[in-house]
Design a binder for this molecule. Structure first.
Ligand code: ATR
Length: 277
C-alpha cells in the first residue's frame, strides 16, 4: 500500500446496522476535512478471520470490533495490548504495514474519559465503587478503575459465579456482593456504575434499591438509550452528579480514529449530536 491511498476503516459486527460508529467517525472525518472512509461491515463469525486478513490488502488501516466478535478477535490478532489481555476482549484493531494485526481494548479508557469529563471532582482514590454487572463491559470498567487507584470495588452480579471469576482475575480489591444485597452497600460507595443492560429500551428496569445514595456519590450508567435511565433520574433526585453512557461510546472511539486517520478528535456537544442523529 502506498501512502497516497485514501485510508479506510470501519466496524465489524453481526448484526452491525445498529452501530453508531459510522455516524461518529463520519462526523469526525468531515469535521477535520480528512479524505478517508469508515464503513459498517456485517461479518458472520465463520468469516471473521478471512475478512480480517483480507481487509489490509484492500486498503483498510484498521477496524472497530463489536458484538459478537470482541472475544474471537483475540485468537486472530498477532499482538495484543496488556489491557485487552486483562479484559479478554478487543474493540480496536490496527492493521500494521508489516501485515500484523494489533488488538487493543479502549472501553476502559472511554469509561474513564467520560467519567472525568462528566464528574471532574470525582477522586478515584477517595472511596469504594459499586459495580453492577460482571460481563465484558464490567471487566473493562473495573480494570480501568483499579488502574486509576480506586481503593475497593464492590461487585454485584445476578450470576454470582461470574463476579467471583472476575474477582479471581482482578485481585483482592474486588469484593463480591450478592445481587439481592447490592442495595446495602450503596451508602458506602463514592461511585455507582451500572454495566448491565437493565434500564435499556426494551429491557427490564434495574431494581437495586438506591435509598442509600448520598449527594457526594457519582452515578454513571453505561446504558445510553434512553440517555437518562431510571437509575440516573433517581440519582439526580438524591442530589448526585450523574454521567450518562453516551460519552463512553464516543471516547472509546478516539484512539482508533487517531491511529487510522492521524488526527486526535475532540468529543464535544457536536459529536454527541452527530452520534444521536
Ligand atoms: P456486556 O459485554 O455488555 O457486559 P454481557 O457480557 O452479556 O454484556 O453482560 C451483561 C450483563 O448484564 C451481565 O452482568 C448480566 O448478568 P448475568 O451475568 O447474570 O447474565 C447482566 N444482566 C443482563 N440481564 C439481566 C437481568 N435481567 N437481571 C440482572 N442482570 C442482567
Amino acid at each position: 500500500m502506498t501512502n497516497t491511498r485514501i485510508p479506510l476503516a470501519g466496524v465489524i459486527g453481526h448484526p452491525v446496522a445498529h452501530s453508531k460508529s459510522p455516524r461518529l467517525h463520519g462526523h469526525w472525518l468531515k469535521t477535520y476535512g480528512i479524505a478517508g472512509h469508515y464503513v459498517p461491515m456485517d461479518v458472520a463469525p465463520q468469516d471473521l478471520e478471512t475478512v480480517l486478513r483480507t481487509l489490509p490488502k484492500a486498503g483498510f488501516v484498521g477496524v472497530n470490533v463489536t458484538v459478537p466478535h470482541k472475544e474471537a478477535v483475540m485468537a486472530i490478532a498477532d499482538q495484543i495490548t496488556d489491557r485487552a489481555t486483562l479484559i479478554g476482549a478487543a474493540n480496536t484493531l490496527i492493521f500494521r504495514e508489516d501485515g500484523k494485526i494489533h488488538a487493543d481494548n479502549t472501553d476502559g479508557y472511554g469509561f474513564m474519559e467520560n467519567l472525568h469529563s462528566g464528574a471532574p471532582d470525582w477522586d478515584a482514590k477517595a472511596g469504594p465503587a459499586l459495580i453492577l454487572g460482571a460481563g465484558g463491559a464490567a471487566r473493562a470498567v473495573i480494570s480501568a478503575l483499579l488502574e486509576a487507584g480506586v481503593p475497593e470495588v464492590f461487585l454485584s452480579n445476578r450470576t454470582r459465579v461470574r463476579a467471583e471469576k472476575l474477582r479471581d482475575d482482578f485481585g483482592k480489591r474486588v469484593q463480591v456482593i450478592d445481587w439481592v444485597q447490592a442495595g446495602n452497600v450503596v451508602e458506602n460507595a463514592d461511585l455507582v456504575v451500572n454495566t448491565t443492560s437493565l434500564g435499556m429500551v426494551g429491557h427490564s428496569e434495574l431494581r437495586v434499591p438506591m435509598d442509600g445514595l448520598k449527594p457526594s456519590t457519582v452515578v454513571t450508567d453505561l446504558v445510553y438509550a434512553p440517555l437518562k435511565t431510571k437509575l440516573l433520574l433517581t440519582a439526580e433526585e438524591a442530589g448526585c452528579t450523574t454521567v450518562d453512557g453516551l460519552g463512553m461510546l464516543l471516547h472509546q472511539a478516539v484512539p482508533g480514529f487517531e491511529r487510522w486517520f492521524g488526527e486526535r478528535p475532540t468529543v464535544d456537544s457536536a459529536t454527541r449530536a452527530a452520534a444521536l442523529r
